[in-house]
Write a protein that binds this ligand. Sequence first.
Ligand code: MF3
Ligand code: CO
Length: 268
Amino acid sequence: MIVCRSKLEIEKLRRVNQLVARILGELRRMAGPGVTTKEIDAAAEALVLAEGAVPAFKGYHGYPATVCASLNEQVVHGIPSGRRLVDGDILSLDMGAKLDGFFGDCAVTVSIGRVSPDATRLLRVTEEALFHGIEAVKPGARVSDIGAAVQRHVEAHGFSVVREFVGHGIGTALHEEPQIANYGPGRRGPRLSEGMVLAIEPMVNLGGAGVKVLGDGWTAVTRDGSLSAHFEHSVVVTAEGCEILTLLDEDAGRARELASAAVENISD
Ligand code: MF3
Ligand code: CO
């Protein structure tokens, strides 16, 4: 069953998702050459706790940290470590938190210093693909319309979509129904209705789609060693389409541009 949230529940989800987005903003400002991903994780945990919230990932099936910090060929679920960021890295930061019984979840991939033109293109196309998915969200649309829109955009640019991990409903649990694949034919699966809350999170590889999980049981990496990017927003279905709960006011202009580009050129 996919839950439709009340006004009050949506207000709570907005609060926690805004909190997660704000902290992620802090972390991305912190992420530069010389900083370790463990330092970023420690800052994240302190910021979450200072807000009276609780990290959502720490302890989830034994996950050991507040953020997932996935570097370069790491796709998702990279465990923060003593590795120092260096110029040319790309770093995916994914964070969830719980506040007042409700969960927030958001992810971005950031460039460290100057990165290759390929890396720049990968980050741009992955974020655009997320907005193509978001543009597909409206009452009456089907869950698989999201993945179809994501996949179309990614493959039009010669990149590939990861199949093994999916987006999800989010609310009083971090992972609720439905699962949201980032590929596949549209017009399949449940219809979306006002009040449903979804975390949409495309993972895109520069090379092939294949991934494997390392011996630590968490870190997913590309099989071919190519770079990978990950962007995630949590959204609530509204009468007109959706509201991005993890969008900060300061990023609204950029989001509007990404959204209108997604509408205008649905295959590009
Ligand atoms: N954003 C990812 C997700 O929603 C991160 C989960 S990491 C875990 O699935 F540690 F919580 F598993
Ligand atoms: Co998620």
